[in-house]
Design a protein around this ligand. Sequence first.
Ligand code: 16G
Ligand code: MG
Length: 558
Amino acid sequence: MNEHQRSILLHSASRFSPPPGVKLSYGTAGFRADASLLESTVFRVGILAALRSIQTRSVTGLMITASHNQESDNGVKVADPSGGMLSQHWEPFADALTNAADPNTLLQLMDDFATKEKISLEGAYGGEVLLARDTRPSGVFLAEAAKQGITSIMGVSATDMGVMTTPQLHWMVRSRNNGMEASEHNYYDQLSSSFRCLMEYIPQGNRNNIVNDKLIVDGSDGVGGEKLEILKKMLSDLSIDVRNRGDGVLNEGVGADFVQKEKVVPRGFGPVDVGFRCASLDGDADRLVYFSIQSNSNKIVLVDGDKILSLFALFIKEQLNILTEEENGKVNKSYQARLGVVQTAYANGASTHYLKQLGLEVVFTPTGVKYLHEKASEYDIGIYFEANGHGTILFSESFLCWLEGKNNELSSTSKGSEQPKAALRLLAVSKLINQAVGDSLSGLLLVEAILKHMGWSMLIWNELYHDLPSKQLKVKVVDRTAVSTANAETVVVRPVGIQDAINAETAKYPQGRCFIRPSGTEDVIRVYAEASSQEAADSLANSVARLVDRFLGFNATE
Ligand code: 16G
Ligand code: MG
């Protein structure tokens, strides 16, 4: 790098010293920690996002959020030009950059990386980073640090989008790089118009069956609630009551993570809401779960990411079947779209069984959006979801092209038949769903559209299959990196011997399934168990948690 660039960086980096003794790692969701520890990290991630923009000659994104964590935490992650997560081969550089002890070490790292990755630091290319934050108060000073980091790279500008949901920022990055307009208004416009299109093509028979009751949404007191308020004004076929819009404490007793893990009624909901369709978003609105409230109890019936995935898969398969159905006595074989479903080991076994029974190809990846997304992109239509409610649908360019062509051809030859409608529905889904990343707002509109299309209540949806009882526990250990796994986290390869012990425990329970994995966001080992009854699932989880403690706990002797 030239002297001018060097002096700008030395000057700005000296104002953001890393807190002594703190080592951070770019995990499944970027860097996360108590907000007071993050200023220098966010500054340095600003530098990283700028370098990535220069290297790819594209717009990148920087999001400041700690999602469903408590309000005092914060975090930062980078959106790649595709709108997806930061390319994995940049993660070690992110770690090294954030943990560099002083400005000179930082510059040396940058020089080495820039040479290796052929990134010009001469200011020749005008890069751009879109920057956004969630509603955490600490986001304000962290956004300033990010701007300083981005603009300390010559030729790169920071465009502050203000308070956004994580998926909105990813969508904007993707749209900008596809040469489309990418304002917040464009986002709402695309979602609401594609939703209206799906409403228009609801089958005649189901129109009278339309699910008219209102939907009540828990905004987790985060950014999602306020954005949904704007979006809902642009929709006429849907009545939405948004609760927890930001007047209470973010993520405290509310939100998708709370609802999915605790399975109890979130704050702001009560007995008067029994019988209504309810949904919860998480703090940065990239997760969505549905639920209903049981009468005379604070328990909920949870409709999680697996069931959202099943609903989407069923609908898409139905449209594909219509498109390839026999027409004039011959099967339309012009395009065999590869439809794939991606899950993680956390997917309830009953959901996997259901999806396979539908004849779908189901594959597994480790936990973390980047793995699921990558796998899903191998299909013409790849649907992925984590049980926790993060997921989306990806469409290949070639399939969308074929669909456009099919739509043009059919609209002239088969007016009024179901085939052109199926093509239009799939095209509308590809615009409604946020293909950059899981998005609770777009996911919610697609769920609502499909329920109306099917003429289903939430009860019918929930009856697609019955979840096997499951239990999740976490165990504090000396060193979570002592556990390594294989086969999409279903088998432990280290420490040696623990997998045999887990197998022996699991074999004691009918329909038993159990796995452990090191968390990517907390210093714990997670345990997941499933069995034919709740007591059995609890007992299996407890025994395996004891095994983890024996092998890896603070009193472990191995
Ligand atoms: C992060 C991941 C999520 C994953 C969760 C697992 C992203 C955007 N988010 O929230 O996909 O399910 O971590 O957390 O990748 P854990 O490793 O602590 O269990
Ligand atoms: Mg989130």
